[in-house]
Ligand binder design. Structure first.
Ligand code: 13P
Ligand code: ZN
Length: 241
């Protein structure tokens, strides 16, 4: 399919995937994205159900019948950037909110972090939030800081990062909540992320990466970009004093 025939919100996901690669936060298949899309987007793509059904790994009743564009598991952001439908897929959540079906050929499976993304989307719908995008990435400096125990206590990291540049407090006012290391793709990681996201803008997964939400994928990216910039300034400042 020609890129101009792909819905704008999915084209923006491709643009963000390119930025993540340029930033150096998307080594190999690192990171993933999930965007809630409308039925009209799916009609525009003329995709049929593939018959491939998988468990959500959790109960997401508020997402019944909803469609999502997801990075495909094991695939690279830098490939998705130029071909979003070859390295990303559309899923539809079942009526009982326990399973999803992949649309299209069924050759691609959504990201291994799908459970975390879906739990957050279910919460966003419950809150009537305008946010439709969830983005997981591996920003280098934030992940480096997540190795330091003293920074990962209470709201210490948010306090420090808010103090580095004015944009951090202005655009990411609720800051970062931090959770311990859990196995990537695990239900524990998903459930802890759901608890942690309440009341903050970004969840930092210690020694792994971050998860952010936004009205669209670009704004979810902006949150991470601002806090990573702040983290870089903190790191450089600490080397200078
Ligand atoms: P996926 O390729 O399954 O999306 O996994 C990437 C990742 O970053 C896991 O945390
Ligand atoms: Zn990851």
């Amino acid at each position: 399919m020609q890129i101009e025939n792909i819905p704008q919100a999915i084209r923006q996901c491709a643009q963000v995937a390119g930025l993540l690669w340029q930033k150096g936060w998307a080594e190999r298949n690192g990171g993933n994205m999930v965007l809630r899309i409308g039925e009209s987007d799916v009609l525009q793509l003329s995709l049929e159900p593939s018959g491939c059904v998988f468990p959500c790994g959790c109960s997401v009743p508020l997402l019944a019948g909803q469609y999502f564009y997801c990075k495909a598991s094991g695939h690279r952001m830098r490939d998705l950037a130029s071909s979003p439908l070859s390295y990303g897929c559309i899923i539809c959540i079942s009526d009982d909110g326990m399973q999803y079906q992949v649309l299209g050929s069924g050759d691609l499976k959504p990201t291994s972090e799908i459970t975390a993304h879906l739990l957050i989307h279910n919460q966003l719908v419950a809150e009537n939030s305008p946010n439709k995008a969830t983005l997981h990435s591996h920003p280098t400096t934030l992940v480096a800081l997540s190795h330091i125990d003293s920074l990962c206590k209470d709201a210490e990291l948010t306090r420090i990062l808010h103090g580095m540049i004015p944009e951090a407090r202005l655009f990411v006012p609720r800051g970062i909540n931090i959770i311990p290391y859990f196995e990537p793709g695990s239900v524990e990681l998903a459930e802890q992320t759901l608890q942690a996201i309440k009341g903050c803008d970004i969840v930092l997964w210690r020694k792994h990466g971050v998860l952010s939400t936004g009205p669209d994928m670009m704004e979810a990216f902006d949150n991470i970009d601002i806090m990573e910039k702040s983290a870089e300034i903190y790191w450089r400042y600490r080397t200078l004093i």
